[in-house]
Design a protein around this ligand. Sequence first.
Ligand SMILES: [Fe+2]
Length: 614
Amino acid sequence: MKKPFIVLGIYEVHNASACLMIDGKIIAASHEERFSKIKNDVGMPIKAAKFCMSYANIKPKDIDKVVLSNDSFNKNGVANILLKRPALYSIDDWIIENKKYWKNKLLHNKKNPQHYFDIMQGKKKLRSISHYYDLKNFSFNVSDKKFIQEFNEIRKKTVSKYLGIKKDKIEFLEHFICHHYHAYYSSPYRGKKVVVAHLEGDGGKFNNAVSIPTKRGLKILAGSKTADIGRLYQWVTLILGMRPYHDEYKVMGLAPYATNKEVLKSLKVFQNLFKLTKNKMAITYKAKPKDLYFTISEMLKGNRFDGIAGALQITLEQIVIKWLSSVQKKTKRKILCYGGGVAMNVKANGKLNQINGFKNIFVPISPSDETNAIGACYYATEQHFLRNNLNPDKIKPLISPYLGPELDDKDLLKKIKKFKKGKKIKLINNFKNNQVINYLMKGKVIGRASGRAEFGQRALGNRSIIANPLIKGIEDKINFKIKYRDFWMPFCPTILKEKSHQIIINRKNNLCEFMTTSFDVKKDISDKLNAGIHHGDKTMRPQILDKKTNKDFYQLIEVLYKKTKVPIILNTSLNLHRKPMATDLDDIFDILKNSDLDGMIINNKFLIIERDEK
Ligand SMILES: [Fe+2]
């Protein structure tokens, strides 16, 4: 029998992750944060990689290749990793770094005597920030070339030391390439009809690019390094008093509440920043400001916060639609696979349906950087197929998002015993869906932790909080019980695929199994819903659930549908504020202890907590 081709993909920066693929099929994938419990954790994801290998029962010697996203990191990149900047920086840290480092460099064109790593007390911080990298002889005081070589060597040594994989199996891959391979190969589309595009904050060689599939692999047609609309979004998030790398979705959620008058004021600031490149295949600056924090902040002085959010969102939507319309006209392709961090903007993704030339638009699961581990695996597998005269069109799309650890409930009774002191609780073994749904019909809010955890930033049913979105006041109740979300942020729903036409307007019949696109909602339904919809613009970002992908969850929603006649359930992530999504039983009981949830599905058991209604 032919030996299967086994590849481990690794991504080390924002929301570091690992993925294990065998002959083009993803066997396991997860994020370091799910094990370290640091939200959006940064650094070599050894725990996630070990999980992938152990889940697939793969020994280090069985692995053919390890592919690390990012062919190199310069001094800024390494400082970003070592400080775990995207995960740990507070709003104050971002502002201090801007004032003490970037202001000099970008506004005043002055050379800083110290790198921001030193200014932000990197050495001292490293005593409390743990990393797997061996940094004993590592210094920032070497030439840029030597620095890059040395850190890449450290990366290889780290993989080799902790995962036991020989250094000669380890390769590096350009960052933006990972986005293209994830967007294309995780889609069900193959061949000449497809064009692939990505847009993000910082992608190395390109932060937006266009590629097409060819017989020799994806071919990059065009790209730019100055498509900084994603970066602008990050800095405006900070200007609005929220955390870059975390809270951009809040700016997007705020946008629809702005009045035209307020939007117009801020549009004057944003609208002349970007244009298309000469070949009309990428985005670049029309007028580049000296920096995107101080300069933009000054220009927005006196403008209302919601108007700023509204104008920024419109600017993003307009330039992305302009760019992708042009890409469609130039390439004449009918199917778009679209990834990169900016593709996390579900609202803009929904607007792409205005581009008539595309018959279908596919946004892959969690298209920001955490899926670079998946993209790296697809790249290595495609190259293997090509070397062996196999058809890469046969590489399987990503169908199931449930790629993380199984929920091990063997200690459940022990945990319940500890938890139940002073509480009225009931455990139903082998529960019937009706028992859960009757509970939800009374306005109860419960968790669902079942089977393998989902990959990506969205709860897709296996680590979710669920409720009946038709119940009046249900949003406030969830916020009160657990979520402490900002008052303007909507909740998302899961809808049954076969019935989705009753709920949303999906003219292109786009796939949306991973909550990656927003849709307009039918008026009669939006009038009924008290949650699961954006109250400002009446759009929805649903998980359209296929029965084949998650039968148990589907059947549970079917029972709710029978009672409410609306095929929809509210679905938000099972986590405490600023913590990663729950993975194991410890996380689940941590949530139960620190929230007022009314119950929890734990695999085939239903734990009911009878609380006094406040
Ligand atoms: Fe990226």
